[in-house]
Design a protein around this ligand. Sequence first.
Ligand SMILES: Nc1ncnc2c1ncn2[C@@H]1O[C@H](COP(=O)(O)OP(=O)(O)OP(=O)(O)O)[C@@H](O)[C@H]1O
Length: 622
Amino acid sequence: MSTALNTDKRPQHESGKKGKTPGKTGERFVYQDDEIIEKPFNWSQLTRLFSYMKPYAKQMLPLVILMMILGTVTKLTVPYLTSMAIDKAISPKAGGSTSLTMLYTITAIVLVLYIIQWLASTYRIKYTNIIGQRVIYDLRSDLFKHIQKLSFNFFDKRPAGSVLVRVTNDVNSLQELFTNGVVNLMIDCVQLVGIVIILLMINWKLGLAVVLTVPVMFIISTKLRVRIRRAWQDVRMKNSRINSHLNEAIQGIRVTQAYTQEQENIQFFDKMNMQSKKSWDRASMLNQGFGPLIEITGGLGTLILFWLGAYLIQHDQLTVGLLVAFSSYVGNFWEPINRLGQMYNQLLVAMASSERIFEFIDEKPSIDDKPDAVPLPKIKGDIKLDNVVFEYEKGRQALKGIDLDVNAGQTIALVGHTGSGKSTIINLLSRFYDISSGKITIDGYDIRDVQLETLRSQIGIVLQDTFIFSGTIRDNIRFGRLDATDEEIEAVARAVNAHEFIEKLPGGYDTEVEERGNMLSMGQRQLLSFARALLADPRILILDEATASIDTETELKIQEALKVLLKGRTSFIVAHRLSTIRHADKIIVLDHGEIKEQGNHGELMQQRGTYFGLIEAQFRFI
Ligand SMILES: Nc1ncnc2c1ncn2[C@@H]1O[C@H](COP(=O)(O)OP(=O)(O)OP(=O)(O)O)[C@@H](O)[C@H]1O
């Protein structure tokens, strides 16, 4: 079976394999494009990213903005009221008297303002979270929908891990930006402007001194954050490498144990585990240093403020109350600046993630309907291949001019050495790839001229590696036709001899099978996939026979099931069993992408050519 259809392949990490995108370190489990943590700003991409917020903007934004203004105004008013309380009620200047009433009034106003601020921020967080989650939902579902439609050659070129990372990690890394980032950015800008204006109004000299320290603070905070973020990204990368390895180790556990490679695997895992630990230690150390450093820098700012403030008070240019207000404004100043630095970091990460997400979303399925594609009417099943040439990669022909005429209802067996092109032919019939030249017609329709869905819905495929999804046995059969009733499901199961073993399972048809159906034997999985195909009732059936040897009883069951399945359909079978081959109407012997011989079993045996050799070889092994 070719890489394209075989779903049970090891991820392509090893060097030298086609479709690999190695990390620059050349290490396993690192994919080059997934390694890029940040990208420079790209406005058009940012606009595209934020366009995901558009559908919700009208609904939510006015509310969010109102809450934002309320919150900001209260935040800016409280320090000023505090200064009033000190200067006018507690310690008025010469001539004035203290006023408890005023103090109480101001305290009451401050209390109300705090309540408003609390309400405003609760609502803001609630609504920004709702918008953020909806945007992430839309993005994730757009991406998944698109990936479902992409053609085989897209997956040939990419390791599954890389696709997975985009739907999970990359989308998640935008979460913070959408839930908090955007709104915080607006709030912080408004707050900063407000604070600067107020500071300059209170005392322009002191205000200017504080404002001038802003760029310094911003640079220190941003630079530090960049280092911390990179350290955490490194931790995440090391962890996802562990996950990829784990995934492979678990999937391949049988092979590992069979070859007694456990120790080797443990050592490999240990190395990765240690790298992850070291990376975590480093990130955590940087993180711990960040808080105190920011506090010290902030403390220095406050020192300057009080030193200059005291000087101005002594020279009657400032009151004590205003100095207190000033210091709380400066405190409020830090918060938005810090967050802006954080936002800047988030944006850089978002650039890299969104670029990867959009790269997938923009990938056009290479196999798609032509603009003037017509629906393929209900077919009889006549198939014609006319000088079909196909190359997976430029310059390497997998099929070199195949001519084949199949009448409706015939069974065609494809045989030949490994790599001779058997799977390629069946891949082309369902149009998983487009042929390089020549023509394939079904009932006279060129398969490139008809709507893909109407073509594939009339072709049933049973693969060698029968994919069992996690769910019940019933769900797995129903995959063939989603609207089938329970009776229909049981009927097809009976027809292909699967009913008997299903009945014996602990929950019968409702038995849960884990992913890939590990609890079922190869033969049982085959029978299930036959039931699934029979339920779909396609006019054309493509079957890749399992090579694994099974006991004679199951073999007989499978042969009987096959007879039921093939009846009245045009079928192509990549045949391994002599019993199947013998009953085929036509046997096609492939060799290096060409038809070497064709005819029925008797005719080909008489020719004493390649086919005769293959059959002889099979018997020699028995
Ligand atoms: N996805 C792919 N990308 C590139 N080349 C491929 C791909 N799949 C198959 N090939 C190549 O095309 C040729 C025909 O492969 P194909 O899978 O059709 O052989 P096969 O007769 O089905 O072999 P087997 O019996 O081993 O399954 C081989 O040379 C193979 O290396």
